[in-house]
Design a protein around this ligand. Structure first.
Ligand code: UTP
Length: 283
């Protein structure tokens, strides 16, 4: 299966860091965010990835390319572990690139992939969201096979925070699986139809690519994927699934910090030391 990874956004919530460098290349425990995203796709059997990039995003292409001088140096100095790490990156998958001339929103970014995905269903993985555990995409695939429809991953969030997310309305058809009846982008907490938030993993049918060209700019003057999905449910079923895993949004400073801490705490290398540091800092 193919995957589209939109990574062309301007990252304005992360300025000035993102003035000249992609937020998708920010480090999370020693690895750029986008590498986690590609590894997640590969772990789910994706071997063909279309990255949506744009101006100022060259570092992403360079990261997934060979680094001949660096490899030579590591080889000469006998740093075999590091050499293996560096060589593995371009071998992960076939990564293709298309540039979104102007970042006109997530829906527009996905539409840039239409000539690549053609008439096949495809995954969309937001380039600034990390989903550890490798359970998410296989689950989307399972539900897609069962119902033959598009499927989106959602996670329950505290009611007070729903206004930060796209939220679904729907009814549960089996444990953890909802048939979606509506999608609302960033609703006020007291008007939200549920607390099930869309967090950046989708398996979409080609019908979405037929709808996207007709979607007008919505919130933030951007072409929203959520608006296309609202249109989709008038023509096809759409399912949402909750998972055991959590999506870490790295697109703003606080959540990027939280992601680093959460993932570092789980590592053997840093976990114990970081826990001690945090206890010391918190007094
Ligand atoms: P975001 O909305 O988080 O990215 O999109 P943004 O627009 O860069 O964020 P801010 O609000 O300015 O800080 C989620 C993912 O979709 C990509 C982004 O690069 C990010 O990985 N995206 C977004 C595109 O590829 N194109 C767009 O036009 C918008």
């Amino acid at each position: 299966m193919k995957a589209i990874i939109p990574a062309a956004g301007l990252g304005t919530r992360f300025l000035p860091v993102t003035k000249e460098q992609p937020k998708e290349m920010l480090p999370v425990v020693g690895k750029p965010v986008i590498q986690y995203v590609v590894e997640e796709a590969v772990a789910a059997g994706v071997d063909d990835i279309l990255m949506i990039t744009g101006r100022g995003k060259r570092a992403i292409e360079d990261h997934f390319d060979r680094s001949v001088e660096l490899e030579d140096l590591l080889e000469r100095s006998g740093a075999t572990d590091k050499l293996r790490q560096v060589r593995n990156i371009p071998d992960l998958a076939n990564v293709f690139y298309v540039r979104q001339g102007r970042p006109r929103g997530l829906g527009h970014a996905v539409l840039c992939g239409a000539p690549h995905t053609l008439d096949e269903p495809f995954f969309v993985l937001l380039g600034d969201v990390i989903v550890p555990g490798n359970h998410c995409l296989p689950r989307l695939q399972e539900i897609h096979k069962k119902y033959g429809s598009s499927v989106i991953a959602v996670e329950p969030v505290e009611q007070q925070y729903v206004s930060r997310y796209g939220v679904i309305a729907g009814h549960e058809v089996e444990p953890g699986v909802w048939k979606v009846t509506d999608l609302v982008e960033k609703p006020p907490a007291n008007e939200a139809p549920s607390n099930l938030a869309i967090f950046g993993r989708y398996l979409l049918t080609p019908r979405v690519m037929e709808i996207l060209p007709h979607i007008e700019a919505g919130r933030g003057n951007e072409i929203q994927l959520t608006d296309a999905l609202r249109e989709l449910i008038l023509r096809e079923d759409l399912y949402a699934v909750t998972l055991d895993c959590k999506g870490y949004d790295t697109g703003n400073i606080l959540s990027w910090l939280e992601t680093n801490v959460a993932l570092a705490l789980e590592t053997e290398e840093f976990g114990d030391q970081l826990r001690e540091s945090l206890e010391r800092l918190l007094g």
